[in-house]
Design a protein around this ligand. Structure first.
Ligand code: PMP
Length: 417
């Protein structure tokens, strides 16, 4: 008898029967408020009627119109829709299937476009599990340990996470920029450096906003040295931050942007966007894949973007994010074991520490389990796995936010007393 590999473990005991909006209905009849959205994927909520209709219609027309063999309309429509929300300079799009694949594409394009090999990534960043993507990932050694060596040519620079360093923000930014400069003088010369890869808001690292001055400084250093800026928008993109893309917080426009998760409400499609002048440095066939730009996923993606625009969901995410922050952020003052309650927009997290301020993963896990008992689904993350994060759908209601925050606060109260 075959069984599921233990490599794929679930953080909850839920067996899903069906889901709608912000709710998951389990096989056993329980109803869960889903503040995980499939790790930031079901942007328009579960099974948004318009996304379902678009996908259903496409399934009846053509499912797999292989994109290196033929062109299909859903891909053209998805490109058109993305064009309405992307920065004007990112006018060329390549599609793949997962976030990791998009990161692989971005790294490959950066190397081809610059003729340079080295990549500078930032500590605590998460970019995926395939070999290239894992090589630039440092949010956890779980995706790096035991199967090395990984891709050479990767250098990690400190990330301006002031809470981690226990410094003020300005001091942390200055330290990180000084260390980056030191890296350029000691390990990877700027002229060998193809790209920076960074999440404008760290996702699996713990829902940490990269300070705007740091993002803008990276943009300047990149410009001064012919280095490309890759922004990984796989998790923080598509409205969750209250901006359509998380790089818009600082205004530092990337040269290459990755996208996935929320772009198609749950269908596995991802992509990179770059300026035509950069994208044209990748010769035909250097990027591709059997399923890239799948017709059903692209139809769902195009409809997702339309729904987000028509229903003003980025605005809703900003408002509901403020509401959620007002309910969760005070936990930091209430409990000494809440080291920090933070986030951007609807991406909110609570970092747990012990009485000495040391990361406390067991507390995070207990809170997650207690929340599940209250029929609220949450995620854990961060290098020490001591952070509980929530990321509701963009169309979550004010009432659902109140309900979710009450359930999470109750779980925290039960665990921390
Ligand atoms: N980049 C970021 C920022 C991510 O959050 C993730 C997934 N958590 C990935 C890349 C990898 O995406 P996937 O799991 O779809 O390969």
């Amino acid at each position: 008898m075959a069984t599921l590999s233990p490599a794929l473990q679930q953080s909850s005991s839920v067996l899903v029967d069906h889901a709608q909006g912000s709710w998951i209905y389990a096989d056993n009849g329980r109803e869960y408020l889903d503040f995980t959205t499939g790790i930031g994927v079901t942007s328009t909520g579960h099974c948004h009627p318009r996304v379902v209709a678009a996908a259903r219609e496409q399934i009846g027309k053509v499912i797999h119109a292989q994109a290196t063999t033929v062109m299909h309309r859903p891909m053209l429509e998805f490109i058109n829709e993305l064009g309405t929300v992307l920065p004007a300079t990112l006018d060329s799009i390549f599609f793949s299937n997962s976030g990791s694949e998009a990161v692989e594409s971005a790294l490959r394009l950066a190397r081809m476009a610059t003729g340079r090999q080295n990549i500078v990534a930032f500590q605590g960043g998460f970019h995926g599990r395939t070999t290239g993507a894992a090589s630039v990932t440092s949010a956890t050694t779980t995706v790096r340990a035991g199967f090395g060596p990984l891709m050479p040519g990767v250098f990690f620079a400190p990330y301006p996470n002031a809470f981690h360093y226990k410094w003020g923000e300005q001091e942390t930014i200055e330290f990180c920029l000084r260390e980056l400069d030191y890296l350029f003088h000691t390990q990877t010369s700027p002229k060998d450096t193809a790209a920076f890869i960074i999440e404008p808001v760290q996702g699996d690292g713990g829902y940490i906003k990269t300070p705007e001055p740091f993002m803008r400084a990276l943009r300047q250093i990149a410009d001064d040295n012919g280095i490309l800026l890759i922004c990984d928008e796989v998790q923080a993109g598509v409205g969750k931050t209250g901006h359509f893309w998380s790089h818009q917080i600082s205004g530092a426009v990337p040269d290459i942007m990755t996208m996935a998760k929320g772009i198609a409400s749950g269908f596995p499609i991802s992509g990179i966007a770059a300026n035509q002048s950069i994208m044209s440095k990748a010769w035909p066939g250097s990027q591709g894949g059997t399923y890239c730009g799948n017709a059903v996923a692209a139809a769902a993606g195009a409809e997702t973007i339309r729904v987000i625009k028509d229903e003003h969901l980025v605005h809703n995410a900003a408002e509901r994010g403020e509401q959620l922050a007002a309910l969760l952020d005070p936990l930091e003052q209430q409990y000494r074991n809440v080291g920090q309650a933070r986030g951007v927009g609807l991406m909110r997290s609570i970092e747990f520490v012990d009485d000495n301020g040391v990361p406390a993963p067991s507390l995070a896990r207990k809170v997650q389990l207690a929340a599940e008992e209250h029929n609220l689904l949450t995620l854990t993350c961060s290098p020490y796995n001591n952070v509980v994060r929530v990321v509701p759908a963009l169309n979550v209601s004010a009432q659902e936010i109140d309900e979710g925050a009450a359930r999470l606060s109750a779980a925290v109260q039960e665990v921390l007393g």
